[in-house]
Design a protein around this ligand. Structure first.
Ligand code: NAI
Length: 288
């Protein structure tokens, strides 16, 4: 360990269980010498095992629903009181789509569900920053990170309305990041992470195929939750002070690939042209 976060104070949203990316970030932040408050939605306190993480890392928990300004204000006030001053780092690791949960197709959304998912997964990031900004709760050269996915830029049909939520999330990192940088010298970035087997990740239809495909496509293979935590720690540390307004891909190279030999071989092994395909191809070459 490198003591990268020695003396730093933070708030970590979204640790549900030991698979959660936020869980790994909390463990790594603790190892690197940080003190932090853990938070999650009140319902997640019952479903998950956050108290175990709190004991392990010597942290306190303040429940907060990220859709409630009042909860967030209490959280930020409470965290500053517990930690004895302003905050150096914040992790937003929150995502949930009701349409995905209920199996609604992207083209046939229930818009009340869409609104709820947007509120939880996307608008919450603006809300968190707005409360931190208004309360002047961040130290200079502090760092705010949210987690995103590449469906914000490219089509992944089963990612559903979360794709649109992530696009908004990344945009807010830039727009709010400008004001946070200009006025408070705080940086704001999103990390666009590989598919990862967590509760939120596994909820996406066809996740097993999704993750296996990304693994075969990426020259370095998929990034794990722990590797994502390592990257996040670097963004919280003083080694990345001038990195801001970025969406940073942490995906083993997936986002810059067209096709890999492994994917191509798999495709050709299972590809048997039909009689119609052969006729169609020969017509095309006749025309040339
Ligand atoms: P997770 O299911 O462990 O974490 C999601 C968290 O959001 C949970 O702790 C949940 O309690 C919290 N949450 C839901 N509603 C909330 C609310 N109203 N207020 C406060 N918290 C609330 O799953 P994971 O994968 O660790 O997700 C963390 C982030 O990483 C999410 O933003 C997700 O979209 C993102 N991500 C995940 C990937 C994956 O394949 N697992 C890939 C790329 C990004």
């Amino acid at each position: 360990m490198y003591n990268l976060l020695k003396g730093k104070k933070g708030i970590i949203f979204g640790a549900l269980d030991s698979k959660s990316i936020a869980w790994k970030v909390a463990e790594r932040a603790h190892e690197e010498g940080a003190k932090f408050v853990l938070t999650n939605a009140p319902v997640a306190m019952r479903l998950g095992s956050i108290t175990e993480l709190a004991e392990k890392t010597g942290s306190e928990i303040i429940p907060a629903d990220a859709t409630s300004i009042m909860d967030l204000e209490d959280l930020v006030d409470g965290a500053m009181k517990i930690l004895g001053g302003k905050i150096d780092f914040v992790l937003h690791s929150i995502g949930m789509s009701v349409n995905v949960r209920r199996g609604n197709h992207y083209t046939l959304q229930d818009y009340n569900f869409t609104k709820t998912g947007f509120d939880v997964s996307a608008l919450s990031f603006h809300r968190v920053m707005s409360v931190l900004y208004k309360k002047d709760a961040m130290n200079e050269w502090g760092s705010i990170v949210a987690l995103s996915y590449m469906a914000a830029q490219r089509v992944f049909p089963d990612y559903n309305d979360m794709a649109d939520n992530k696009a908004y999330l990344e945009s807010v990192a830039r727009s709010f990041g400008y004001f946070f940088g200009r006025d408070k010298k705080v940086r704001v970035n999103t990390i666009s992470q590989s598919p990862t087997p967590t509760t939120a990740g596994s909820g996406v239809k066809g996740f097993d195929g999704f993750i296996a495909y990304a693994e075969k496509m990426s020259p370095l293979g998929n990034a794990t939750a722990l590797e994502c935590a390592d990257y996040t720690i670097s963004l919280f540390s003083d080694l990345t002070k001038k990195v801001t307004l970025q969406n940073l891909f942490h995906d083993g190279g997936f986002s810059n690939m067209g096709v890999s030999t492994a994917i191509m071989e798999g495709f050709m092994n299972s590809y048997e042209p039909t009689k119609e395909d052969v006729i169609e191809e020969s017509k095309k070459s006749d025309k040339k």
